[in-house]
Design a protein around this ligand. Structure first.
Ligand SMILES: *Cc1c(COP(=O)(O)O)cnc(C)c1O
Length: 215
């Protein structure tokens, strides 16, 4: 049962690690079942599905965008999105900034980093992003609150731990340089159903769990 799954996952997390329920592909009834337990943080990876669910769910839900985001779709989520985890280019950050200002708000975002060995996962590469950070920080419509990443899909737990630790070290180096005076720069979004406990060991502050909640 969804409620039991949720309780088990929450019991396995330290108090300072936030659980985001990934509700992509799940029907509304199942989201409501989660909602009725008191949980409010949901994540989707497609703009269309996200806006449809936003319109159908109670208005106190906090919506997270975790999938690859095309610049031309930012406008649909800009009025209500709680946190965008998947900022992976300067162009995208600029567009989120523009839409935030249009909506008279500041949109919280995370910088997504490519930490896995697979080629397919998006995100900034570890080297090369440094040069654009000063320009990102100047964008007044976004607030960079941390980093996000996905580990390789592998049974090799040591490799997964190393990849998550790498993201944690990227976070630390950003925190100690550009974000020293940014108290809200404190989120490390890493860990999914199959690897969230390893992510927590490596320093995750926010896990994104789907299958384990609903199956
Ligand atoms: C789908 C997805 C998740 C959740 O995956 P599960 O294995 O179902 O827990 C987490 N993060 C991202 C970016 C996803 O696309």
């Amino acid at each position: 049962m969804i409620k039991d799954n949720l309780n088990q996952i929450k019991a396995s997390l330290p108090n300072d690690v936030e659980l985001i329920v990934v509700s992509k592909f799940r029907p509304l009834e199942q989201l409501l079942e989660v909602y009725e337990t008191g949980h409010r943080q949901f994540a989707e990876n497609r703009v269309q599905e996200l806006t449809t669910k936003y319109e159908s769910m109670p208005k106190d839900v906090l919506w997270h965008m975790i999938g690859h985001l095309q610049s031309n779709k930012v406008k649909y989520i800009a009025p209500f999105i709680h946190l965008i985890h998947s900022v992976d280019s300067f162009e995208l950050a600029t567009e989120i900034n523009k839409q935030a200002l249009k909506n008279n708000r500041i949109i919280p975002v995370l910088l997504q980093f490519h930490i896995a060995q697979e080629e397919t996962k998006s995100g900034f590469s570890t080297d090369g992003f440094q040069t654009i950070i000063p320009d990102l920080i100047k964008l007044e419509g976004i607030e960079i609150q941390g980093v996000m990443g996905m580990a390789s899909l592998t049974d090799n737990q040591e490799q997964v731990f190393q990849e998550f630790s790498h993201l944690k070290s990227i976070f630390n180096s950003l925190k100690n340089s550009y974000f020293q005076n940014h108290p809200n720069f404190k989120i490390i979004s890493m860990g999914m159903s199959g690897d969230y406990l390893i992510a927590v060991k490596a320093g995750s502050t926010m896990v994104r769990v789907g299958s384990l909640v609903f199956e």
